[in-house]
Design a protein around this ligand. Structure first.
Ligand SMILES: [Zn+2]
Length: 128
């Protein structure tokens, strides 16, 4: 239902089919990226981009961060919530922390190419 405006717009306003397809692909990639738990946003844009951390607050507290891409209208409408409680605590942040501490890595994969008889592409836990 939320994607309906993207499909109605080309019927109301002229839009080249290639541009429509490109925008549709972009919005799908963007939608996945704000739900992936990777809270990184370039530092100078942290307050302007409605990234994954902001959108996570939208799902947790419902009345905040409605914006699809930017925080401007949430700021003007009073529904902006800075996700300070979540910054640096996302699942990707935890993975980076564990890798930095040497508790998680793919060193066995690089050495053997296989773990437990299966080819591995991702990181593996050393406590296994
Ligand atoms: Zn969502």
């Amino acid at each position: 239902m939320q994607g309906l405006p993207y499909h109605i717009y080309p019927f109301l306003f002229p839009l080249h089919k290639v541009l429509y397809l490109a925008l549709y692909i972009f919005v799908n990639i963007w939608t996945i990226s704000i739900h992936d738990g990777d809270y990184r946003v370039p530092g100078a844009l942290t307050g302007a981009i409605n990234g994954s951390a902001h959108h996570t607050d939208h799902h947790l507290f419902f009345d905040y961060n409605y914006g699809q891409y930017f925080t401007l209208w949430d700021r003007l409408g009073g529904s902006y919530r800075h996700p300070s409680a979540l910054m640096g605590k996302g699942p990707h942040d935890l993975i980076r922390k564990l890798q930095a501490e040497g508790k998680l890595g793919d060193d066995r994969v690089k050495a053997k190419g296989q773990v437990n008889g299966h080819a591995q592409r991702g990181a593996t836990c050393k406590e296994e």
